[in-house]
Design a protein around this ligand. Structure first.
Ligand SMILES: Cc1cc2nc3c(=O)[nH]c(=O)nc-3n(C[C@H](O)[C@H](O)[C@H](O)COP(=O)(O)OP(=O)(O)OC[C@H]3O[C@@H](n4cnc5c(N)ncnc54)[C@H](O)[C@@H]3O)c2cc1C
Length: 548
């Protein structure tokens, strides 16, 4: 690894001061940070003789998992083959997937989906068989879904029900993880904060990070408010390696109504035959890719942005009006309802859409068992770079990843915790750094500026000049925001967003090629000779930052 140039402001080890004699302590065998699908699945896997604490930033139901629409990919049709799902995943991933990981996840998919059904998940059926949908990049129908486009709600309902039955698992909602606690090169738990107890030190034999993605770094995003990249930032400050953070997938079709919510319009609509048309009603996708509307997400997002530019219009349209109306309403009830709130009947009018940040392929580096590079720390789900998605995620593979890696991380943490002594002690970890109280900053102004900057310069298309401008601005903000201390999550979130945005920008500058979701208009070709490799960042104990 090479040290990062000193002009970058150093990332502090801990965001806030704390002293172990002055805060409450809590002890658990395994701490799970994050209560989306990955965290909850991990908690279920932990041996019932071990105590588990799950913490979530807001209520459990507030996660990307709960908003998932399209479904979960898996080979369940007798006519489908593991090899085909593996090939589709590798093709989307732009040569950066880890084949062994892809094979393992794809082969484990039916078991994980059948387990959900056993636990009571009500997926949609066509007669006696599961109704399987198709999405961009998949060569076959292989997506299980629930209540049309409410798959996330149904699986979160199912899995939360299982968690609540287990007496060894406690859930603390509205509890913000500020930082991981480390001593002697190992993770020992986390410093959390909630309004009732203030700062609390949670000591755990093993910790599992499952905090989801970072879509909130962008002005246009499908992600809920909780997706601010906290988990990546806390892991980075604690010394874990982050990988491939330049790869952010943009969902091509996000509802675009000024002042309205940026709701995702599922890819499954195109799987069912919806067309993309421009402001003149022209169906344009075939001019960009022979797969048309079913091309992978990066291709469709790029085509939409180009067509918006060509037609000088802020969006394109998704047209379902030629499809059978009853079927459209039955298959996409949630989307129909959301659009109806804006007086759009999706069976009669085209829906205005444009791309938005959707899924973070990069994150905390893990092996196939969910082990990070920091001893005692495991990770699962969107917070990770697991090797499944490479440079671009195949649709509906991420809920699957959360299930598979949640299971693995839970199993690994169980084995590691079971072999450790029952020693419950507040260790000598503290951060005495006390600085004068911060002057007031307009946090939402900086946050909005950062989101606009990321959208403009580190969005669907990137080039050197825009990235250099983003680098300069983000570093300028980081210099005074990271040096300050804040008393609640609004400040800590902004600090985490700046930490991750700076790494994303730097990685995007370094990768002088186009691969998967990373599109450099000044380097439009994939350059396998120099760039068929990962970008990694790590911070050492002295605070020096390295990248390779
Ligand atoms: C609108 C939408 C639709 C999608 N549709 C699909 C789909 O059809 N199929 C598919 O495969 N994928 C889909 N995805 C992606 C998929 O939902 C996510 O990748 C996946 O759910 C991530 O699960 P997770 O458990 O890793 O994170 P999440 O489900 O996002 O959970 C993160 C958890 O971490 C907690 N957290 C975050 N920060 C902190 C902190 N500082 N302290 C404490 N807790 C914290 C949050 O409170 C939350 O509980 C969709 C995503 C979105 C946004």
């Amino acid at each position: 690894m090479i040290p990062v140039k000193p002009r970058y402001p150093a990332t502090p080890r801990y965001l806030v001061p704390f002293h172990r004699k002055r805060v409450p302590h809590f002890f658990t065998d395994v701490l799970v940070i994050g209560g989306g699908l990955a965290g909850l699945r991990a908690a279920i896997q932990i041996d019932p003789t071990l105590s588990v604490l799950v913490t979530t930033k807001e209520e459990v139901r507030e996660s990307s998992s709960a908003y998932a629409q399209g479904g979960i990919a898996g080979v369940l049709d007798p006519g489908d083959r593991f090899e085909d799902h593996i090939d589709d995943t590798l093709t989307a991933g732009g040569s950066l997937c880890d084949r062994a990981v892809v094979e393992q996840v794809v082969r484990e998919a039916p078991e994980r989906i059948e387990e959900l059904i056993r636990w009571g998940a009500q997926f949609d059926y066509a007669g006696e068989q599961l109704a399987l949908g198709r999405e961009g990049g998949h060569g076959r129908q292989r997506i299980v879904h629930a209540r049309g486009d409410a798959t996330g709600k149904e699986i979160v309902r199912t899995i939360t029900g299982q968690v609540r039955k287990r007496e060894n698992i406690d859930i603390w909602e509205d509890t913000y993880t500020v930082d991981l606690l480390t001593l002697d090169g190992a993770c020992r738990g986390a410093l959390v904060w909630n309004p009732q107890h203030g700062k609390t030190m949670i000591w755990a034999k093993q910790t599992i990070l499952a905090t989801g993605g970072a879509g909130q770094l962008y002005r246009e995003t499908t992600n809920p408010d909780v997706a601010t990249g906290d988990g990546m930032a806390v892991a980075y400050r604690a010394g874990a390696t982050l990988r491939d953070v330049e790869f952010m997938q943009f969902h091509p079709t996000v509802l675009y109504i000024a002042g309205g919510s940026r709701s995702l319009i599922s890819e499954a609509t195109r799987g069912e035959g919806a067309h993309l048309v421009d402001r003149h009603g022209h169906r344009f996708m075939a001019e960009y890719d022979p797969r048309g509307e079913l091309a992978p997400r990066d291709v469709v997002s790029l085509a939409i942005v180009s067509q918006m530019e060509r037609t000088r219009h802020p969006n394109v349209y998704l047209d379902l009006t030629h499809l059978e109306p009853e079927r459209v309403r039955r298959r996409f009830p949630g989307i129909a309802r959301t659009c109806a709130d804006f007086n759009i009947d999706i069976t009669r009018e085209p829906v205005p859409v444009r791309p938005g940040a959707h899924y973070m392929m990069g994150g905390v580096e893990v092996d196939i068992e969910g082990r990070t590079t920091l001893s005692g720390l495991w990770a699962a789900g969107e917070v990770t770079a697991s090797g499944l998605h490479g440079a671009n995620r195949l649709a509906s593979n991420s809920l699957l990843e959360a299930l598979v890696f949640g299971t693995h991380a839970g199993r690994g943490a169980t084995e590691a915790a079971a072999g450790m002594n029952n020693s419950y002690r507040a260790l000598e970890v503290e951060n005495p750094r006390v600085e004068p109280p911060s002057e007031l900053l307009d946090l939402s102004d900086i946050r909005n500026s950062l989101k606009s900057l990321m959208w403009r310069s580190v969005g669907v298309r990137r080039e050197a000049e825009g990235l250099a401008d983003a680098d300069e601005n983000a570093n300028h903000w980081a210099r005074y925001v990271l040096a300050r201390q804040f008393a609640d999550p609004s400040g800590w979130e902004l600090q985490n967003m700046l930490v991750i945005a700076r790494l994303m920008i730097r990685a995007a500058i370094r990768r002088e090629e186009t691969r998967g979701a990373h599109v450099r208009t000044d380097f439009p070709e994939q350059d396998d000779r120099h760039w068929c490799r990962h970008t990694c960042f790590q911070r050492d104990r002295e605070g020096e930052e390295f990248c390779r």
